[in-house]
Ligand binder design. Structure first.
Ligand SMILES: [Zn+2]
Length: 347
């Protein structure tokens, strides 16, 4: 069976565009579809490489790669939950069943429990995530991928996928599976990067490397595997059974910078020496196994407590921040932001 493009379904249409270093762990080629222009890492990553990218402790602040300083997100999740619950409380039933896919440590789910009576649950590939969310917040988080979880048909009223679609190996299958487990008329709230804003700094770095004759590769530092344009997303949503209710461009300033439209723009790229790549041993070094979960839990719980600010947990602060952020939000067609924020409804 030939591999097809996730957007336009054309078989064998992906051709190599750009070689990168995926988190300094392995080399990976960005490919581009000759038919629709969609860009994606090919060949798709296997289970083993994925587990190197997302080891149990990718929340560990002392690791070289991964999500540093995760505790900062705890406070921010309160604000996101406040506005999301206000937006979704009317269309959803009071006891709505909510699933967050890629919920990490459960901050957003816990915050949503505070503002709603929804029945929340999470899913994450990190075994530490489910340990942490259960112990800290009593939020049920299953460990695994969406495909592994095998939820029943039409089970959920609402699904959240924040910064997830760009990390899954099969985006089309992933969207179809999300559709299957949603009730008819159910909602999916999704945030995913503007692919062009991810690719342009890599291309810029590749040119610099070539000009300087360096033996290096542009660093794909966040481990994104797919790079969607607005049109790609719209087509994917529509063909996997969703209506797009709203789409907005967010983080405009960072988007403009990444796209090179601001002075000192996409110069903020990173490169990595070829000799530092292909070091699975390094990726695994210090990875926390189950017997180390307690120590990491204590460390993150301490960080969260230390960072907690009562002022920044109040609605008046949320509204003030939102007002400031409104300058950084545009309709989806603008395509100059760093991320797309989309609300979809199952047809
Ligand atoms: Zn295509």
């Amino acid at each position: 069976m030939p591999e097809t493009c996730d957007i336009c379904n054309t078989p064998d249409s992906m051709s190599p565009l750009l070689e990168t270093s995926l988190l300094g762990i392995t080399t990976a080629w960005v490919h581009q579809c000759k038919s629709c222009g969609f860009r994606q890492i090919r060949p798709r990553l296997d289970r083993e490489t994925l587990s190197l990218i997302y080891p149990g402790d990718y929340f560990h602040s002392e690791r070289d790669f991964g999500y540093r300083d995760f505790s900062r997100q705890a406070q921010r999740s309160l604000r996101i939950a406040y506005f999301l619950s206000r937006k979704m409380q009317r269309p959803l039933p009071p006891k709505a069943r909510l699933l967050e896919i890629g919920c990490a440590l459960g901050f957003l789910l816990h915050a949503l429990e505070k503002y709603t009576s929804w029945r929340v649950q999470g899913l994450d590939v990190s075994p530490f995530a489910s340990y942490f969310a259960g112990k800290m917040y009593g939020v049920p988080v299953e460990c695994g991928t969406l495909e592994e979880a095998r939820f029943p048909d039409r089970h959920f009223d609402f699904i959240i996928q924040k910064d997830l679609l760009e990390h899954v190996t099969h985006p089309r299958e992933h969207m179809m599976e999300s559709n299957r487990i949603l009730k008819s008329g159910g909602y999916l709230w999704l945030i995913t990067p503007n692919g062009e804003a991810n690719i342009r700094p890599l291309q810029h770095a590749a040119r610099k490397i070539r000009d300087a004759g360096m033996d290096a590769l542009p660093l794909l530092g966040q481990g994104h595997l797919s790079f969607f344009s607005r049109n790609h997303l719209m087509r994917l949503f529509s063909e996997t059974g969703f209506d797009c209710i709203s789409m907005r461009n967010i983080s405009i300033r960072r988007g403009l910078r990444a796209l090179g439209y601001l002075p000192r723009g996409n110069r903020s790229f990173s490169t990595i020496c070829r000799k530092d790549i292909s070091l699975p041993a390094k990726a695994n070094k210090g990875a926390v196994k189950e017997d180390g979960f307690e120590k990491l839990y204590e460390q993150i719980a301490r960080d969260i407590k230390r960072r907690y600010s009562p002022i920044r947990s109040r609605p008046f602060y949320f509204h003030q921040r939102r007002l400031l952020q409104s300058i950084g939000r545009l309709p989806g067609w603008a395509t100059i932001g760093l991320d797309f924020e989309c609300l979809l409804r199952k047809r």
